[in-house]
Design a protein around this ligand. Structure first.
Ligand SMILES: NC(=O)c1ccc[n+]([C@@H]2O[C@H](COP(=O)([O-])OP(=O)(O)OC[C@H]3O[C@@H](n4cnc5c(N)ncnc54)[C@H](O)[C@@H]3O)[C@@H](O)[C@H]2O)c1
Length: 300
């Protein structure tokens, strides 16, 4: 595991919790030193007991170089900062030190996997794994194929993730945003546009989603829902509404304006809405509580 930040610690704990041995590295001494505490805290929030936590921590070896982290790896996950040159450099180093059969995965949010992996000698074992935050609580991992990725690498990764209790989904083409972020940001584009056009305020957008279709999204996807209500009704709705939906190719001017004014969201105390530190803490805690409760409800 390369990178021991927000995503790296959660990916490492997920794999170790599933019984895998994990070697993890990070150039920041503080990230390495604080890793056991952060893993233990996440496990506590997940309801893991002390004995389980001790066992999981014993399977996570913290090392101080990429070479040491990948030397014996069957799978390498990279979760370093979202900078293309940094990731390309890391994969050159990973390829130089990992066993020849190891499958190499980047956890980039949106950057093309093909571009990240373009310098590798063997691109057939390289792919993307897009885990979602928090990686130990969100089941989905998108497994992204480039035109060079072998079927063996994809299916090997799908098996590892399924065995670790995740819900892996194949993304057959290396498109920006993969599947989940394309869908999510199609929704965000219209959400921002509704506010920009004065149709409602930001709170109303969020209330509409949370109090209506957001409630059923976890058990009824949009295409299942289209089949449920009928393809004919879906076609009639699209005939009326699609032409009025936001379809500018670039970001909203309102989003640019907020960014330019330093209204960056919860971290600056204001974005689309104002946030006190207490409200920010409450939102974060509510999300974790909700995800944990869903785990119990949605288990088949
Ligand atoms: N945070 C999210 O919601 C999220 C979701 C999906 C994917 N991602 C992606 O996962 C990756 C990691 O994101 P994060 O949120 O964990 O970031 P983060 O800042 O929490 O962690 C990044 C870690 O990488 C370390 N690092 C810096 N230079 C490095 C190097 N040369 N080699 C190895 N490690 C290095 C940093 O010290 C830090 O600990 C990014 O590509 C990000 O886009 C993030």
């Amino acid at each position: 595991m390369i990178g021991a930040g927000l995503m790296g610690h959660g990916i490492a704990l997920t794999l170790a919790r599933a019984g895998q041995n994990v070697a993890i590295t990070d150039p920041m001494a503080e990230a390495r030193a604080s890793l056991p505490r952060r893993v233990a805290e996440s496990l506590r929030l997940m309801g893991e007991d002390d004995a389980g936590t001790t066992g999981i921590l014993e399977r996570i070896e913290i090392v101080d170089s990429v070479a040491a982290a990948v030397a014996k790896a069957a799978f390498v996950f990279e979760a370093a900062p979202e900078k293309i040159a940094l990731k390309q450099g890391l994969f050159a180093e990973i390829e130089a030190h990992a066993p020849v059969g190891a499958i190499l995965a980047s956890n980039t949010s949106v950057m093309p996997i093909t571009e990240i992996m373009k310098g590798l000698k063997d691109k057939s074992r390289a792919l993307g794994t897009h885990w979602w935050n928090p990686p130990h609580l969100i089941p989905l991992v998108e497994v992204i194929r480039t035109s060079d990725t072998s079927e063996a690498a994809i299916s090997g990764m799908m098996t590892l993730l399924a065995d670790a209790g995740k819900t892996p989904v194949r993304v057959e083409k290396d498109v920006p945003g993969f599947i989940g972020n394309r869908l999510q940001h199609a929704l965000w584009r219209e959400a921002i546009s509704l506010v920009e056009r004065g149709i409602c305020d930001a709170e109303a957008v969020d209330t509409v989603i949370k109090a209506s279709f957001g409630r059923r999204l976890a058990v009824l996807g949009p295409l299942e829902n289209a089949d449920l209500v009928g393809i004919d009704l879906t076609l009639d709705i699209h005939d009326t509404v699609l032409a009025d939906l936001e379809h500018r190719p670039g970001p909203s001017p309102l989003l640019r304006q907020l960014a330019a004014e330093g209204r960056l969201g919860m971290k600056s105390g204001e974005g689309f809405r104002r946030w006190t530190p207490e409200e920010v803490k409450a939102v974060r805690e509510k999300v974790v509580r909700h995800l944990r409760a869903l785990e119990g409800i949605l288990e088949d």
